[in-house]
Design a protein around this ligand. Structure first.
Ligand SMILES: CC(C)(COP(=O)(O)OP(=O)(O)OC[C@H]1O[C@@H](n2cnc3c(N)ncnc32)[C@H](O)[C@@H]1OP(=O)(O)O)[C@@H](O)C(=O)NCCC(=O)NCCS
Length: 145
């Protein structure tokens, strides 16, 4: 059974370390720093039975009435079972209760599963930040809550 629980940043980071696509790993210290200066935050873990399989870290980055989903991932062997969907629903519920009006998220051209998810779930494209490699262009998406 899939469940979602709030978590410490240290526990969420343990799952971050198991996502092979994140090869240039953001150090735990950067997670801590970002979150320390942005106290309105939601850190969650998805569990399959008792096993932690995914994480999502969100915070009030833009101070414009939107909540920002900063990092998320599901371990490879647990993908395709709705963990991302469940974490996103949890975030949306929480954000609506806190009167956020929009959800923002940044991803990259290379993150095709994530892009699929975002398009299918009615996010709109807002901005593209160019990088040297096309696959690394950052894409900012937004959804009204
Ligand atoms: C993106 C990621 C979090 C998806 O997690 P997941 O738990 O497998 O996703 P879900 O099972 O909840 O899938 C939800 C929807 O996303 C889309 N999706 C997920 N994986 C997909 C894939 N491999 N190809 C196409 N669409 C996909 C589908 O629309 C799916 O809905 P459906 O099953 O009804 O078709 C996971 O693949 C991952 O961790 N990838 C590497 C890290 C990453 O890219 N993180 C995002 C950074 S912004």
């Amino acid at each position: 059974m899939l469940t979602i629980k709030t978590s410490s940043i240290e526990d969420a980071y343990q799952i971050h370390l198991q996502i092979p696509e994140f090869e240039n790993r953001v150090p735990l210290e950067e997670f801590r720093k970002k979150l320390a200066s942005n106290p309105d935050q939601r850190i969650i873990i998805a569990y399959h039975d008792q096993k932690p399989i995914g994480y999502m870290v969100s915070y009030d980055r833009f101070k414009d009435g939107s909540i920002y989903c900063w990092m998320t991932g599901v371990i490879p062997e647990a993908r395709g079972q709705g963990a991302l969907k469940a974490m996103m629903l949890d975030l949306i519920d929480w954000a609506k209760n806190k009167n956020y009006q929009e959800l923002k998220i940044k991803t990259r051209n290379v993150r095709r599963a994530m892009l699929n998810f975002l398009v299918k779930n009615n996010f709109n494209f807002l901005e593209v930040e160019q990088r040297k490699l096309l696959k690394n262009h950052r894409i900012l998406l937004i959804k009204k809550l």
